[in-house]
Design a protein around this ligand. Structure first.
Ligand code: MLT
Length: 404
């Protein structure tokens, strides 16, 4: 008898965004005359910018010629991309990160799900609550989270750090020391963030206790306030306690293109073992490198034209964020986020549960959002809207919500 990985059986239901997609598909089928506006999953809608498209075309032409054809990419990423990342994302911000500390991948979702593999199954993870579901689910699959309580919607072996309006969405340092701490700032789903000084406290805590921070900085391009760090390596001592994960999905519209990277500093050592060496071994064994065409597209993100075009694209989405934030506030909703992130986090009206509000909004306004409780128990009573829609749809969705 083949034994399966029983940990998968412990996972409740399906992945959050799959559940939502199924519900919306059923609604659309039953109501073919209704025009549904989707502000649920954080998927971009603007096309790739011209500098990126031109780079991809050039790379395709190279692939069409034996003299410039590329086969397997170097498994850790092409040097041309790693060096421009190291310079522009890190060294230009005063962070001492070198190109050989960068591991190019097909995106932050896979990296944030896979990174737990290099840690022992005996350690405990700590997550902010609400949280991007991938961090917890990937640890459940590995058998690290204990048992699930459907009533509490929590795992017995996970440390939850609530982020609610009561604490200004700023997590407190955990009382019990975890092995891994997942942090995502600017935050998905709440759209809120913490200051660089607050992040420094986490870095100091991790260095003091030996914990490792997995820092998801997928939304750094949306930061507008000066006291917010774009990278955890802006904090002193982060190179000895933090791994940073970055994405091209939100800053460059690559959700359908797939590109990301993970930074593992060489100074990061636990139990006498280099985590950089471990991740290099894992990456080399299980991954054959992001495609040449896509890495050239990624390089174009850092070109002068690419940077200027993407600044406009980010501003476009942040204009949507303002439309949602202001529109909801005017309609009497309690609203958070949307200043340093493309997500707006609202309190559901009249003490409705997150899923009740989801159903109500879908049925009466034909607008799709994401129920806060899908991100963890402290998300109950909250709801997320994304600013990644088109301007017209965003305006139309708000008009419908205001008319409710
Ligand atoms: C979200 O909606 O939370 C994101 O799109 C998920 C992701 O980036 O994988």
């Amino acid at each position: 008898m083949v034994q399966v990985n029983d940990n998968y059986q412990k996972l409740p239901g399906s992945y959050l965004f799959s559940t939502i997609a199924k519900k919306v598909a059923a609604f659309a089928e039953a109501n073919p005359d209704k025009e549904v506006i989707r502000l649920g999953i954080g998927d971009v809608t603007q096309p790739l910018v011209p500098a990126v498209v031109a780079a991809m075309h050039r790379a395709v032409d190279e692939m069409a010629d034996a003299a410039t054809f590329h086969g397997y990419a170097p498994d850790l990423g092409y040097e041309f991309l790693r060096s421009v990342i190291a310079k522009q994302d890190y060294q230009d911000r005063g962070c001492d990160i070198q190109k050989d500390e960068i591991f190019v991948s097909d995106g932050a979702k896979s990296d944030s799900g896979n990174i737990q593999e290099i840690f022992s199954n005996d350690l405990k993870i700590a997550v902010t609550d609400p949280v991007y579901p991938v961090y917890v689910d990937s640890n459940v699959m590995a058998g690290r989270c204990g048992e699930y309580s459907a009533k509490e919607q929590t795992w017995s072996n996970v440390i939850y750090m609530p982020c609610t309006r009561e604490n200004g969405f700023v997590p407190e340092l955990p009382k019990e020391t975890p092995g891994i701490i997942y942090l995502c700032f600017p935050n998905n789903p709440t759209g809120t963030t913490i200051t660089k000084a607050q992040l420094q406290e986490w870095v100091d805590y991790a260095n003091r206790t030996g914990a490792v921070i997995i820092y998801d900085a997928a939304y750094e391009a949306y930061i507008t306030e000066p006291d917010v760090a774009h990278s955890i390596y802006e904090c002193a001592g982060a190179d000895t306690c933090a791994i940073e994960i970055r994405s091209f999905s939100k800053n460059a519209g690559f959700t359908g293109v797939r590109l990301g990277f993970t930074v593992v500093p060489k100074a990061l050592v636990r139990g006498g073992v280099s985590l950089h060496a471990m991740w290099a071994r894992r990456h080399g064994t299980k991954y054959n490198g992001a495609p040449y065409i896509i890495q050239r597209a990624g390089e174009a993100v850092y070109s002068k034209e690419g940077r200027a075009q993407l600044k406009e694209q980010v501003a476009f989405y942040m204009k949507n964020a303002a439309v949602i934030k202001e529109g909801l506030s005017a309609a009497g909703y309690e609203v958070y986020g949307g200043v340093n992130a493309p997500y707006i986090w609202l309190k559901t009206p009249g003490n409705m549960s997150s899923w009740e509000f989801f159903d109500d909004l879908l049925a009466r306004a034909n607008v799709v959002g994401t129920p806060g409780s899908g991100f963890g128990p402290s998300g109950e009573g909250y709801f997320r809207l994304t600013a990644f829609g088109s301007y017209e749809n965003t305006k139309a969705a708000l008009a419908r919500i205001q008319a409710l």
